[in-house]
Design a protein around this ligand. Sequence first.
Ligand SMILES: Nc1ncnc2c1ncn2[C@@H]1O[C@H](COP(=O)(O)OP(=O)(O)O)[C@@H](O)[C@H]1O
Ligand SMILES: CC(=O)N[C@@H](CCC(=O)OP(=O)(O)O)C(=O)O
Length: 265
Amino acid sequence: MQGIVVIKCGGSTMDQLPDSFFQAIAGLQAQGQEIVIVHGGGPAINSMLDRVQITPQFVDGLRVTCEDTLRVVEMVLCGSINKALVKRLTQAGAKAWGVSGIDGQTLLATKTSKPLGWVGEIKKADTTIPKAILGQGYVPVIAPLSVSEDGTETFNVNADVAAGAIAAALSAEKLIMVTDVPGIMQPQPDGTKAVVPATSAEEIQEMIQAEIITGGMIPKVQAALDALGQGVEQVVICRGTADDLLGVCAGQGVGTTVRMNVNYA
Ligand SMILES: Nc1ncnc2c1ncn2[C@@H]1O[C@H](COP(=O)(O)OP(=O)(O)O)[C@@H](O)[C@H]1O
Ligand SMILES: CC(=O)N[C@@H](CCC(=O)OP(=O)(O)O)C(=O)O
């Protein structure tokens, strides 16, 4: 592989990520593969909100973010989660450098017009900082906070959306969305659920309408389609294991590959 690989680490799976996953990233980095990590941390934010007695609230997978919630989001994502990931990568032998979307205005945003409070809509992803970090031989580890153009306001951004915007701005070869499920799951006639190996914008719309895709999977698939629309070559939703990560990098059929349309190779 030549192009940049963006890995989005979902908060859902953060506590379960095995050492071998980080060792796989270290191995890829040692082979010269440029990797950028964008991370979430939804469950850790929820636990901290619980400790300060704020009830989490979501609309279509996006957190309603009042001022107090924003403080907690910034503290958890830029603080404990970002540093925990940098440490795990370091222990695995990778070189990692943690930043947030605020740093260098990597994620420039305006406040959403939706009734979600301090949630940002990304206007521009600036690749100066991620590229500078890559240029120094480190994996940028990016927390999904965003900042206003004048630098006065911070906004919360869903990590899938942040990863999609950064992958698009970097013209990444692959966006790998690592989560706690093996891909998009669909109910089968026998009552079980199976991973959808590949899907399209049209099928995704149908699955959202049929409530097969719900909650946090909604921003994920929307971000995947946006990234493809902006030139990212491949988007895969899969689990956070070394096998899945290396399988996607090797072009094997792992997880769910999201495509713009069914006939698009
Ligand atoms: N069709 C679906 N297939 C798989 N997961 C789905 C689907 N619809 C909703 N989900 C939910 O989406 C979750 C992943 O989104 P989220 O919790 O936001 O994870 P992350 O923190 O990794 O972004 C899954 O754990 C599952 O509960
Ligand atoms: C606006 C919004 O929803 N922001 C997210 C940011 C973290 C995130 O997306 O984490 P996951 O990847 O674990 O879902 C939040 O506050 O939970």
